[in-house]
Design a binder for this molecule. Sequence first.
Ligand code: TRP
Length: 437
Amino acid sequence: MASSVSRRVLTGITTTGTPHLGNYVGSIRAAVRASREPGVQSFYFLADYHALIKCDEPARIQRSTLEIAASWLAAGLDPEQVTFYRQSDIPEIPELTWLLTCVTGKGLLNRAHAYKAMLDKNAATGADPDSDVTAGLFMYPVLMAADILMFKAHQVPVGRDQIQHIEMARDIASSFNHLYGELLTLPEALIDDNVALLPGLDGRKMSKSYDNTIALFGPREQLRRQIMSIVTDSRAPGEPKDTEGSALYQIYRAFADDAEAAQFARAFADGIAWGEAKQRLFERIDAEIGPMRERYQHLMSHPAEVEALLRRGADKARALATPLMRELRQAVGLRALDTQVAAPRGRDSARTGLPSFKQYREQDGRFYFKLTGAGGQVLLQSRGFESPREAGQAVKRLQSEGEHALGALAEWLEPVADALAPTLTEALQALQTAQQS
Ligand code: TRP
């Protein structure tokens, strides 16, 4: 399915830390590249409401917001091409959070990994189960769902630890749609297995919590110093060295093309001295990062420029959020009292964004139908029927029996891709509900 008609991709970065080289290789670089692809509408935002959940140091949140914004911009994110904004500049997000809160089962949130990890920790130490659990932590997935659903994102690039949150956003959106009509788009997690997991100075995964990071845009001298401190084995100059298991080599690999990496591997086999290898790594990273560092430093010393860019991003974002929020308020019944109170929710599929069946005749003279989702994607495609009546009967059956009709009609339908099956099920349920109301 290569239909690339403006795929909306959205991701957020919690503003509690300073980006390091691992963040650059693991997410920033790929995201900036992806944002330049044609047919993609990208949304990147600074998740500062999320930061409040785990950080109560105001200065740190402000500082981190500036550092992350400056890092992404310095790495080449083009705010003209993407929508780059700060979560807390969009009042529609907490507003949507509340609407979603009211359709989210407490049981769903009970299952969230981050919350459960806290309960486990408290159980292990014998503390009260709710000790240190704020309602913010508990509600984290709902706020995140609002971030995603507000902009009708199709895909959300995240690390594996966030997959559950995306699934919850889908569940929450389905509950909402089920009650109020197909207004929200169900998102999918986008996991990039190709991005390098960068090892840190000590060879473990580079992570703030291991205190083994290499600063992304620190002073050039700091980069050199940190690279010189990467742990290596004790082989002397002239002795052949292993690339496998070498953090130094793996970091190099994340910056080099294939030819450069092969050359570096040859130098290892030829017994390059560790000091020399580190110098080459430093030069390679600095060749990529150096030009960005200047822009970073400029932005860090001109926060008003960053502020202005984010404000403009917020305007762009709100141009989408405001009308959707108006629609959602209307849908749930938060309405002006002098508007017509009648007509609960209509069946007009154009208005409610319901999936719809289309019947048509092909060149071969046979009669077909397809089911198109609210987002325009083809969810179901029939084979050719002899008569329009037969095609119509199959459609009727799907409308009244929903997914239960799929088995009986199997030989008349093209197989459905696994990835599409859940969306199809939801579409059929929505149609059934619409029929019954
Ligand atoms: N929870 C995400 C993280 O910690 C950050 C985030 C907040 C996010 N809202 C989001 C990511 C919406 C993707 C989409 O990494």
